[in-house]
Design a protein. Structure first.
Length: 278
């Protein structure tokens, strides 16, 4: 039977999941996605993700792909999968891609944000999506340390698990900003090692609280010894914001579709623009 490769833009609240990747006997985003695909499409297909998020980590811009019957319109795919998915996972857009499109390897960068509520008091509204940090943070010092991780480096110190592809990564951006009581850490890289963002955030928080100096931070970066950076920040403050691909996606009227030169066409049943999705 002929089949087509479908691509989805997905959001999820990762609070009750043990990460994206399937694990026996544990709730995962991949398992929920594959169950929904099977129920609607009538056949099983492995759902692949652009980035494997950790337990408790959220996503606003996860991209996944899978194979299914070619006659299903992407707009129907969005509505049908959302019908079968739980309320904390939502398909925002769907489309078809060339068979050669690889949702993971074709991505050129990923953008993650870590949110910190730098306040003496908690808020019930943001408790699942931001780390409460009552201690004052030195944002200037944290940004000074961020300069040491920009560019291409061996980030072995920032992971506790070896990667078969090595530990060298290219970080395009790393910065900390403050908006009132909300502190946001943004990190953009070609790809990330396991727990790299959370270990970086935890280490930066130690620096921001004055527990280590910028030179100590730099020495750990240069040490390239597995597991040196930390402690690991909790997963609930982290969100996969966006996955970037080589081709710019453009919004087209009146079909509410997005098209790029890799043959990826996304349809949003709410008529939203995805100019920022690239």
């Amino acid at each position: 039977m002929d089949s087509s490769k479908y691509v989805l833009l997905v959001e999820y609240d990762g609070t009750r999941y043990h990460g994206f990747q399937w694990q026996s006997g544990l709730p995962t985003i991949q398992d929920e996605m594959e169950q929904a695909v099977k129920k609607f499409c009538g056949g099983g297909s492995r759902v692949m993700a652009a980035s494997r998020t950790d337990a408790g980590v959220h996503a606003r811009g996860q991209v996944v792909s899978f194979w299914s019957r070619p006659e299903i319109p992407p707009s129907t795919m969005v509505k049908a999968l959302n019908y079968y998915l739980p309320a904390d996972i939502a398909v925002k857009a769907a489309g078809k891609a060339e068979s050669s499109f690889n949702v993971r390897r074709d991505a050129v960068s990923r953008i993650y944000h870590y949110y910190i509520l730098n306040s003496d008091t908690r808020t019930p509204f943001g408790r699942k999506f931001a780390l409460l940090m009552p201690t004052a943070l030195n944002i200037e010092a944290m940004n000074e340390a961020c300069q040491f991780i920009k560019g291409e480096h061996d980030f072995a110190s920032f992971t506790s698990s070896p990667d078969e592809g090595g530990t060298v990564r290219h970080v395009y951006e790393a910065k900390v900003s403050r908006e009132g009581k909300l502190v946001v850490f943004c990190m953009i890289a070609n790809s990330f090692l396991r727990h790299q963002v959370r270990n970086t955030m935890g280490f930066l928080l130690h620096l921001g609280q004055g527990k280590i100096s910028c030179e100590e931070f730099r020495s750990v970066v240069e040490a390239r010894k597995q597991g040196q950076a930390g402690p690991r920040a909790p997963g609930h403050g982290l969100c996969l914001t966006k996955v970037n691909y080589p081709a710019e996606l453009c919004y087209h009227e009146p079909s509410a579709s997005v098209l790029n030169n890799k043959g990826l066409q996304l349809h949003d049943d709410q008529g939203c623009s995805y100019e920022e999705f690239r």
